[in-house]
Design a protein around this ligand. Sequence first.
Ligand code: HEM
Ligand code: HEM
Length: 190
Amino acid sequence: MKQWSLCFRIWHWLTAIAIFGLLGTVLLRKTFLSWRTNSDLIVTKLSSYGVTITHDQAVSIAKAIRAPMWDWHIILGYVLVALVVSRIILFFTQSGSQNYIDFDTKDLHQKAVSTVYLVFYGIIFIMSISGLILIFEDSLGLGESLEHTIKETHEFLFNGIWIYALIHIVGVIIAENKDEKGITSTMIGK
Ligand code: HEM
Ligand code: HEM
């Protein structure tokens, strides 16, 4: 059974929390705090009180309600950037490299698992760079079409993140119930 250093275990669980948090902010943005739904609601509710406001005014109120929640996307985004940098450093440790060294000696299943991890790392790397660019886009002056491409890439790779989280958790549960009993404990304690 693999062993993970304390640093690596802390890295793993902080990453899991950061990713769940980021996915949570996206979920809220697209559902309960969607400006489209809420601006319509504001217009209808106010009109039932005899108050008329324009569509644009309602949109700006709906976006203002969403803003403090979305701040958490940025805060957790910075946390993820720090975790990505830490992961690069951890590659130089035994725990951080065990899934990727001596690749030829690993069986097909282990090769597939390691490949999925590497793809995930590639995705969070691109998410971090594109996210940082989106935060500072006004001062970077990249031009509208490049900014648009970066935003599209960031939004598209969001799918890779939730798909990874799903596959990973289901995979760990299956492993736990088949021939890798105790695999979860290895990521919790020695
Ligand atoms: C909440 C339930 C989770 C459990 C029980 C869990 C458990 C584990 C376990 C047991 C391993 C070691 C697998 C091995 O031996 O190769 C592992 C690795 C890993 N986990 Fe999780 N995990 C969870 C959530 C997450 C989430 C949400 C993420 C990020 C989206 C994540 C990212 C990773 C990564 C990237 C590795 C690979 C480590 C390496 O580079 O070797 N995990 N996880
Ligand atoms: C890997 C986890 C991440 C996921 C799943 C994710 C997901 C998303 C999604 C789906 C959007 C588009 C929201 C929409 O317009 O409906 C978005 C926007 C954005 N994300 Fe992320 N993101 C992640 C990481 C990051 C990081 C690391 C940063 C910054 C360091 C960041 C900063 C931003 C910014 C600035 C926007 C633009 C918001 C706007 O246009 O108002 N994200 N993200």
